[in-house]
Each structure stands twice: as structure tokens, then as C-alpha cells.
Design a protein around this ligand. Structure first.
Ligand code: HEM
Length: 346
């Protein structure tokens, strides 16, 4: 939870509790329906305890000493600290005009950010580790970039992040094939015409427009859009992050990211007015994690007794692809694969 400004070592000082912040969030998210409607009496003890701990963590976060926390370089970008800080002001005009959030609104916002941002990013990083583990040549290709960039500029976010495009292409390709949000719901308020002229040009059998009456729920199936051969070619299901990279001829020899398919075919963070507000945040978390691992380590799946390489690869893929939608896409038995992270020999 470092990105949210909650470090393991902070927790005992916040309060003494049954759950860590991360674990209480996990239970609250998994059992959101029961926890939001049932009183303690009707809840299993572990759910009531998680709800209690989680609400106390939220309160503790709101009274943390933000200015002193933000002094340390490590905490400068912590999201929750920034949110609390923005709401702490002596400005009487802003206080009187109702521009500040109430305590309930602030804790609600912290909850939404933690809920929407934690599982999605964590699952994306996990999925990437699984797929990278059976693609060592991709690991090597990314490591080449990380070493070139980091050895020259150090681990400096502002300089390094925009240059780690291969790292980001891993995130895009992971989200394309193993996206964590498979569908979003949109409601038509009025008679709506969807223009699919571009698509109809690719396949004449498809309609160039679809008319939808008012008051209809539409659910674009993002996973299909992300893997349809019409847009992504006959190898649409292959994990190939290089498909995102184009040479940036304006600044040779650098590389840049570009959607290789038609426009409007890649929506892992959704789009329009309700699109994810944590997109950049999740990209930074992903790139930071993957670049730190791959800089000097391999991600290697551990075989079972007498399991050969092809069988191991099939097992990793089948675990990665056996998922439930609850509500995001999540592996059912991730624990059935273990990994080693040996140092790269130089
Ligand atoms: C790989 C990581 C992530 C993915 C794939 C993702 C994806 C999405 C998607 C598809 C939506 C739905 C938008 C819609 O309904 O059209 C969404 C909403 C949202 N996301 Fe993310 N997200 C990610 C990370 C984050 C992070 C790190 C944060 C916060 C720091 C965040 C905060 C939010 C919020 C606040 C919403 C709106 C929730 C609501 O209003 O109900 N997301 N995200």
C-alpha cells in the first residue's frame, strides 16, 4: 500500500488491530455487500472485525500528520496524504463556502480510491509476473531497456518513467489479453446512434451503425474488443508486447508506444467521462514494480516433480487463464504456481 502512503511500519502507530490495512481492505472489498448492509450482530466475526479495523484505519489516515510525512522524499507522492493535505486548510473562505470535504466525504473518497485502485493494479502486476515467467526472451528485452535507462539516469521517477516504454508495453499487453475489468455498463439516456463505419470498412458484413433506444443498458465486452483478430490480427492472443513499440523517428534511436490496432480498440481503463482517474497512478506503480524486479532478476516458475518445460508452461498458462469475475477478473488458484527470482548473472 506504499503508493497510498500506508507503510507496514506505520500500522502499529496507527492503532493496534486484528487486521493490517491491506487485509481489512481485502475483506471489505470481497464482502462489500454483506458489510455495507448488515449490522455486526448478523455478520461473521471476521467481517465485523475487518469493517471495524478498516473504518479506524480510515480515521487514522485522516488525522495523520501530513506536512511532516510529506517532508520525507519517499512520501512526497503518497496519494492519500495528498488528498488529506488538500482538505486541511486555514483558508476561512474555502471553509465557509463548503469547498472542503466533510469527514464522511473524505473517508468515502479514500475508500473509493483504495477500493478501485488496489485490486486492479495488484492483479495486473500479478498477471504480468505469470505471463513474463514463461517468456524469458521478453524479460531480457525489457531488461535491456531498464539497464540502459537506469544505469544512465538512476532511479529518478521524472526522468526515467517516460523512457521505460518497454515496461509500459508489458502492462498494455497484459491488460489487453488478461485485463482485470472485463466490461463496463453504460445506460442510454436518449436515442443513441453508435457509428461503426471504421469497423464496417474492415468487414463488409458488419453494420456501419447501430441504433439503441433510450433506457437501455449497454455492456461492451472489453475482453473481446482487445483480442478480436479483426483489429489485432491472426496472432491476437499471442503475448507480444513489441506490437506496441514504434521507433520514434523524431528522437532517434528512442522508442514510443503506439496502439497497433485501430483507434478505439483498447479500453482497459474505460473511456469517456467515467474513465478511470487512477490510470497514470497505476502505470507508475506497474512500471516501478516490474522495472525493480527485472533490473537484475529473472522471474522463473518452479516446476513440479518431473515436470518438463512445455508442461510447466502449459500449467502456468492454464492457471493464468482460469479466472472468476468477482467483480474484476481474478485467477482462481494463483497459489498453484510458485516462482523464483534468481539474480541475473553478469
Ligand atoms: C491497472 C489498474 C487499473 C485499471 C485496469 C482500472 C480500470 C478502471 C475501470 C475500467 C474503471 C471503470 C470506469 C467506467 O465505469 O467507465 C475504473 C474506475 C475508477 N478507477 Fe480505476 N483502474 C485501475 C487503477 C486505478 C487506481 C490505481 C486508482 C486510484 C488510485 C483508480 C481509481 C478509480 C476510480 C476512483 C474509479 C471510478 C470509480 C467509480 O466512480 O465508481 N483506478 N478503473
Amino acid at each position: 500500500m506504499a503508493g497510498f502512503g500506508v507503510e507496514e511500519e506505520d500500522q502499529p502507530t496507527l492503532l493496534s488491530s486484528t487486521y493490517t490495512f491491506k487485509d481489512s481492505l481485502k475483506v471489505v472489498l470481497e464482502k462489500a455487500v454483506e458489510i455495507s448492509i448488515l449490522p455486526d450482530l448478523f455478520l461473521p466475526k471476521y467481517m465485523a472485525a475487518a469493517r471495524y479495523d478498516f473504518s479506524r484505519y480510515l480515521k487514522s489516515l485522516m488525522i495523520i500528520d501530513v506536512p511532516s510525512k510529506c517532508k520525507s522524499t519517499r512520501e512526497n507522492g503518497a496519494l492519500l496524504a495528498a488528498l488529506v493535505k488538500a482538505n486541511q486548510t486555514d483558508d476561512k473562505v474555502r471553509q465557509a463556502s463548503g469547498q472542503l470535504l466533510t469527514e464522511a466525504e473524505l473517508s468515502g473518497n479514500i475508500f473509493v480510491l483504495a477500493a478501485a485502485g488496489y485490486e486492479t493494479t495488484a492483479s495486473t502486476i500479478t498477471n504480468a509476473i505469470y505471463i513474463l515467467s514463461i517468456n524469458p526472451e521478453v524479460q531480457e528485452w525489457v531488461r535491456e531497456e531498464i539497464r540502459n535507462v537506469v544505469d544512465e539516469y538512476g532511479w529518478n521517477y521524472a526522468t526515467v518513467f517516460p523512457k521505460l516504454v518497454r515496461c509500459l508495453s508489458i502492462m498494455y499487453e497484459t491488460l489487453r489479453i488478461y485485463g482485470v475489468v472485463d466490461s463496463v455498463i453504460r445506460h442510454t439516456r436518449e436515442h443513441t446512434i453508435f457509428d461503426f463505419t471504421d469497423v464496417a470498412e474492415l468487414d463488409r458484413r458488419l453494420p456501419a451503425r447501430i441504433e439503441v433506444p433510450p433506457n437501455i443498458h449497454t455492456i461492451p465486452v472489453i475482453g473481446s474488443l482487445h483480442t478480436h483478430p479483426l483489429f489485432w490480427g491472426s496472432k491476437s492472443l499471442d503475448f507480444d508486447p513489441k506490437r506496441w513499440i514504434k521507433r520514434d523517428l523524431s528522437k532517434p534511436p528512442s522508442e514510443a508506444l503506439e496502439n497497433p490496432a485501430q483507434k478505439d480498440t483498447f479500453f482497459p481503463w474505460s473511456g469517456g467521462l467515467l474513465a478511470c482517474i487512477g490510470k497514470k497512478f497505476s502505470q507508475v506503480e506497474f512500471v516501478a514494480t516490474i522495472s525493480h524486479i527485472l533490473y537484475d532478476r529473472w522471474i522463473v516458475p518452479i516446476p513440479l516433480d518431473e515436470e518438463d518445460e512445455p508442461a510447466l508452461q502449459r500449467r502456468v498458462l492454464s492457471i493464468l487463464e482460469s479466472v472468476e469475475l468477482s467483480p474484476g477478473r481474478k485467477m482462481i488458484e494463483p497459489q498453484k504456481v510458485s516462482f523464483r527470482f534468481p539474480k541475473v548473472r553478469v
